[in-house]
Design a protein around this ligand. Structure first.
Ligand code: CLF
Ligand code: SF4
Length: 463
């Protein structure tokens, strides 16, 4: 059995091709989740067991739970068709380590069936310490632990109960047990060289003020990345009954900034995927991979996969090279007036780092900030799509449009490949200037933000 440890170029490749650990990679490399783990050993107050685990998934959709054999078959079929598939993860629908036999049997099969993918595990961390050896032995190089609090008092407002070794714990005692296991597990895994990411669910009024401390602590224990995600209250969960609200985009951005100031690397492109998601982040193709398509898949071609993935590595390398430092020509031609503006830009994209999606078909927008020289990803905002797949945008969905205007309320520019007349006017009225272009998103963001001072004057915007 191969060792879980690796270093140098191989380690670099693991990160470079992981769509969650590497912001650049998420435009090109795909992940696949295997929903083989139905049970859970804790009760988060935002979760309803009838739905997927909301630590790594969106509630409201029940997954088809697969057996390890079915999962093995599916991975082989998907990898044979989806050449950019670089990561296979287990993230639910319950907790993978509350179903250790199913989880590790599946990983074992994937490791031998599709040897070129990285294995990824997402857990609440309660039983992590028991599984360190098998994680290392199987070469699982990426582990996510969801840590919502390090203070048991706060934790007791997040977890209803914890079930461990036949005993059910509640209140502060439950939180204390869970938190101590999470932190010890994180430290032990990091010491073994596993790349650990910590997810924290931002719960307004419960752990919002506390999360910077969480960030600082998990960094000191070796976490490589912190992913603060907005609370999604599952229907029928205790939080729904209590009327707990979800955070606003502004609150999430502000908190991510604060956590980043503590020196932690912050993930901003999380899509809170389903436990059975397949494809690029933000472009779930699980519905395309039916059992019929799996049966008809061509044989796995590892050489072709490597060729395609090496070409994606090269695309990323070129993008990174373009990013290094401002373009001297731009600086020379820039006026001091333009340089004063920081512009927030919403982008409609199907991925690959391009503006290539019609406004009406977008189900999310990537939000960037640019001063005309640099571009920074702030996050992703999900919306209800305006057109619902219809070809024509007509103005009969005012409520949806009003909601989109409010969600994008702090943006000055919207980049998309097309937009109907009515939504264009409504967005302009809300102070958001829609620009219809296709092409490299980063270049278009830079270009449009350099002219944002002009747009802001011209369209009587919010300023
Ligand atoms: Fe899946 Fe999670 Fe691995 Fe990624 S997702 S198990 S680390 S391969 Fe990624 Fe999805 Fe966010 Fe998770 S975008 S929910 S962070
Ligand atoms: Fe639900 Fe996941 Fe929490 Fe378990 S760990 S209660 S499945 S959100």
């Amino acid at each position: 059995m191969e060792s879980g440890r690796c270093s140098g170029p191989a380690l670099l490749e693991e990160i470079n091709r992981h769509p969650c650990y590497n912001e650049e990679a998420h435009r090109y490399f795909a992940r696949m989740h295997l929903p083989v783990a139905p049970a859970c050993n804790i009760q988060c107050r935002y979760c309803n067991r009838k739905f997927d685990c909301v630590n790594e998934s969106r509630p409201g959709v029940v997954s088809e739970v697969l057996t390890p054999d079915q999962a093995d078959k599916k991975v082989r079929g998907v990898a044979a068709q989806l050449m950019q598939l670089s990561v296979v993860g287990i993230a639910g629908p319950g907790d993978p380590l509350a179903n250790p036999d199913r989880t590790f049997e599946t990983f074992r099969k994937v490791r031998s069936g599709v040897p070129d993918v990285n294995l990824c595990l997402s857990t609440n961390g309660l039983t992590l310490l028991e599984h360190l050896d098998v994680i290392e032995e199987l070469g699982i190089r990426h582990v996510t632990i969801t840590i919502n609090a390090i203070d048991p008092e706060i934790g007791s407002r997040i977890y209803a109960w914890v079930y461990d070794n036949g005993v059910r714990y509640e209140g502060k005692e439950a939180a204390e047990l869970l938190i101590s296991r999470q932190l010890a597990g994180l430290k032990a895994l990091s010491e073994r060289g596993v790349l650990c990411k910590v997810n924290s669910v931002l719960i307004p009024g419960v752990n919002d003020v506390h999360l910077p401390e969480v960030s600082k602590t998990v960094k000191s224990l070796g976490a490589a990345l912190h992913n603060v995600t907005p609370l999604i209250v599952a229907p029928g969960s205790p939080y729904e009954q209590e009327g707990q609200r979800a955070p606003r985009p502004k609150e999430l951005h502000a908190l991510q900034e604060i956590c980043g100031q503590e020196g932690m690397k912050i993930m901003r492109h999380c899509r809170q995927c389903r436990a059975d998601a397949i494809g690029l982040l933000g472009q779930d193709r699980s519905a395309d991979f039916t059992w019929e398509s799996i049966e008809q898949a061509p044989p796995l071609n590892l050489e072709a996969r490597e060729q395609l993935q090496a070409s994606l590595d090269e695309k990323i390398r070129q993008r990174q090279q373009r990013r290094r430092g401002p373009d001297p020509e731009i600086i020379a031609s820039d006026s001091s007036e333009a340089a004063r503006f920081i512009t927030r830009v919403a982008v409609a994209t199907r991925g690959s780092g391009k503006v290539n999606l019609h406004f009406g078909h977008a189900q999310e927008f990537m939000i960037y900030e640019s001063d005309g020289f640099t571009v920074k990803l702030l996050g992703v905002r999900k919306i209800q799509s305006y057109c619902h797949g219809r070809a024509e945008c007509n103005g009969d969905k005012e409520a949806t449009l009003r909601e989109i205007c409010s969600i994008l309320g702090d943006c000055q520019i919207l980049l998309c490949s097309g937009i109907g007349d009515h939504p264009r006017k409504q967005l302009q009225r809300a102070g958001i200037v829609p620009i219809v272009r296709k092409g490299d998103a980063e270049n278009l963001i830079l270009e449009s933000s350099r002219y944002s001072h002009y747009f802001q004057n011209h369209f009587n915007s919010k300023g």
